[in-house]
Write a protein that binds this ligand. Structure first.
Ligand code: FES
Length: 119
């Protein structure tokens, strides 16, 4: 099982292929935001990678990061835990002023069909 390290939180074993946004919530217990429910449209699921950043990226992630002018972050709803990785959780419910983190993302990456590209 891949290992997920969350800075300041700990190290966690994650089921192979689990969406990073769900691993942050379920395994790491982080109050990770995911306002759009994991559909690559809000960017509140953003994380900073400290190690193990995936080279591939969904086209949906690439497009919205570019349209928002975001660099140095990745969208946890568009990443699967298929290798060890370390992240900094920079977008959390605490202090956000939001009433909740957002609807729970589906188990599989959305939107479907998923297209992959290089980051
Ligand atoms: S972009 Fe909205 S949850 Fe990932």
């Amino acid at each position: 099982m891949p290992k997920l390290t969350v800075e300041g939180v700990g190290e966690f074993e994650v089921p192979q292929g689990k969406r990073l946004v769900l691993a942050l919530e379920d395994e790491a217990g982080v109050d990770q935001l995911h306002a759009c429910g994991g559909n690559a449209s809000c960017t509140t699921c953003r994380v900073e990678f400290l190690a193990g950043e995936p080279e591939r990226m969904t086209v949906a992630e690439k497009d919205i990061l570019a349209s928002r002018g975001l660099t140095g972050v990745r969208l946890s709803c568009q990443i699967v835990c298929d290798h060890d990785m370390a992240v900094r959780a920079i977008s959390r419910l605490a202090g956000s002023g939001r009433p909740n983190a957002g609807n729970r993302p589906a188990d599989q990456i959305e939107p479907q069909p998923v297209e992959w590209t290089q980051k």
